[in-house]
Design a protein around this ligand. Sequence first.
Ligand code: NAD
Length: 267
Amino acid sequence: MLSVTITGSSGRMGRALIETLAASSKARLHAAVDRGGSALLGLDAGEFAGVGALDVHIRDDLALVLPGTDAVIDFTRPEATLHYLPLCVAAGVPMVIGTTGFGAEQRALIEVAAQRIPIVLAANFSVGVNLCLKLLDTAARVLDEGFDIEIIEAHHRHKVDAPSGTALALGQAVANALGRDLSECAVYGREGITGERDPKTIGFSTVRGGDIVGDHTVLFADIGERIEITHKASSRATFARGAVHAAHWVKGRAPGLYDMQGVLGLR
Ligand code: NAD
């Protein structure tokens, strides 16, 4: 039985992870951690998530619960992940990181930590999105000439970063396939007199509203035809199940930075 500790327990993904672990016969919730000062500290995690008491109470001291933990699953905020990272390194506990919105320097800190512990870092843990990344690689290589490439994403009103980490990962997959540098060719939103579209750019558009769990479309548009590769998530359970799958996979691995493509054997 895999013993999993989660951070961000009171969040939307935290709740989905508690539900997934409570229903699993191969993994269990070892400990549930949240930020100091959270009103939910002390609550039974299972009662909080509506799956019945699990006798695991939400607490704020990750270091104390790491002994006996096989993997930490973190869906929080970049500053929280970077707070938890050295604690996992010190305890030698693998991490599965689903948090998005890291800057280049923050990502570099994760890469340094991955020299000491195995870490799976993915902007999207759903099998479907990871399949889309693979499909995109093929599509971009075939549709290189003449096709304009635009990425459109939609999420719920509470999301704090834009474009989504998944949209950026989709853009990166396309850029890699085409030999382009995403930092140079990305265009984030348009307004006013923009001039004609530069064919070498990859455009990003963001929609925020309601309770949309996560929609992504990569559009390849030429004169006379359009191809769209679309993924729509309707439940956070898909991300939670993928993260728990990654936690099983990462246990016992050599230190290194892995992604969901690697976990799923898609490359
Ligand atoms: P949320 O706002 O519902 O929950 C965030 C959690 O992090 C809360 O429990 C909060 O208390 C905790 N937190 C925030 N700041 C903290 C701090 N400084 N220290 C400790 N804990 C802190 O967010 P969410 O919708 O659950 O998403 C969490 C993250 O996961 C976001 O970055 C989101 O983009 C990402 N996400 C990734 C995937 C994926 O598949 N990789 C899927 C969904 C969401």
